[in-house]
Design a binder for this molecule. Structure first.
Ligand SMILES: [Zn+2]
Length: 306
């Protein structure tokens, strides 16, 4: 899944909404307390279990009570939850976030941030969102979902604070792990934010994928590549580079280590103008997925072939 582009106006509006929340909370230090955000916004959080039919009946009841959009078709909502493998729902009428308790706990924080964003982004108001476990929602418009993910990132990484702090440290998996701990977020979401926010004017990519030597690690339902993340400069300059091309580089340099550092390499990518640039590429396996970033270091020296 390639991360979608969030428009300039939308970015500004979302930043304003998130900054207002942070201001109302007294500009808190990381990690952000989502319980405090819920209290401020008067949001309600409930868990359900998609594997327990009893709980689904309870949700059905709640949803009948909750949303006028779905009163007429409560059965349909249950179908959607079961078939689309939903991990969360935002119910606007009651300002309620529903999270599937079967989703691994470390993912709850991001999901909650994502659903809160649906709740505070004004033009998302009329939607009832069901968010899919793997993609955070193919059923919904991809741009709307990208906006909710962007909002989640801005919220959980305390507005503009993360970007400036990340710029003060060298890009490495050590710094990503340190920032993940400091902000109380996963290494995956921290990698995502660091690729997009640390140096937007430098070509940087990130990838969450399968481990080429151990495909049982990180292989998603859609194949080897789960997410392809790009800085603004990478989007502009390397718009021709497909995720498969980046995965091929990872495959080329991957060691057999199951966990820890897997790739530490220099390799080249060709930009949209046909120029070749060097990238420093590092991958790290956390045993659930392979996390990779690549930073453009310089134009590759011309190789004389005569
Ligand atoms: Zn969503």
């Amino acid at each position: 899944m390639v991360s979608e582009y969030v428009g300039e106006h939308e970015t500004r509006d979302i930043n304003d909404q998130v900054d207002r929340i942070l201001r109302d909370l007294g500009n808190p230090e990381p990690p952000l307390s989502l319980a405090q955000v819920r209290e401020l916004l008067r949001l309600d959080l409930k868990y359900y279990s998609s594997t327990d039919p009893g709980h689904l009946q309870e949700i059905k009841h709640r949803l009948v009570m909750a949303g006028k959009q779905i009163i007429a078709r409560p059965g349909l909502v249950l179908d959607v939850i079961k078939k689309a493998n939903l991990s969360a729902l935002w119910v606007p009428d009651t300002k309620r976030i529903l999270i599937d308790s079967d989703v691994p706990k470390p993912k709850h924080r991001w999901i909650e941030g994502h659903e809160i964003s649906h709740g505070v982004i004004p033009w998302h108001e009329e939607f009832l969102f069901g968010d899919n476990r793997n993609t955070l929602s193919p059923a919904c418009d991809a741009i709307i979902e990208a906006e909710a993910n962007y909002g989640a990132g801005r919220l959980l990484f305390i507005g503009g604070r993360f970007g400036s702090e990340a710029r003060d440290t060298a890009l490495s998996f050590d710094s990503i792990r340190g920032l993940a701990k400091q902000y109380g977020n996963t290494i995956t979401s921290t990698l995502w934010r660091i690729v997009e926010e640390r140096e937007p004017e430098r070509a940087v990519f990130g990838m969450i994928s399968a481990h080429p030597r151990h495909p049982e690690i990180g292989k998603g339902e859609d194949g080897d590549i789960c997410y392809f993340i790009r800085s603004q400069r990478f989007r502009d300059q390397f718009s021709n580079v497909r995720p498969e091309e980046v995965y091929a580089l990872i495959d080329k340099h991957a060691s057999c280590r199951k966990s820890g550092p897997v790739v530490d390499a220099q390799d080249a990518l060709v930009d949209a103008d046909g120029e070749t640039y060097e990238f420093r590429i590092e991958s790290f396996s956390n045993s659930y997925a392979l996390l990779t970033y690549g930073v453009c270091s310089d134009k590759a020296p011309l190789v004389c072939t005569i």
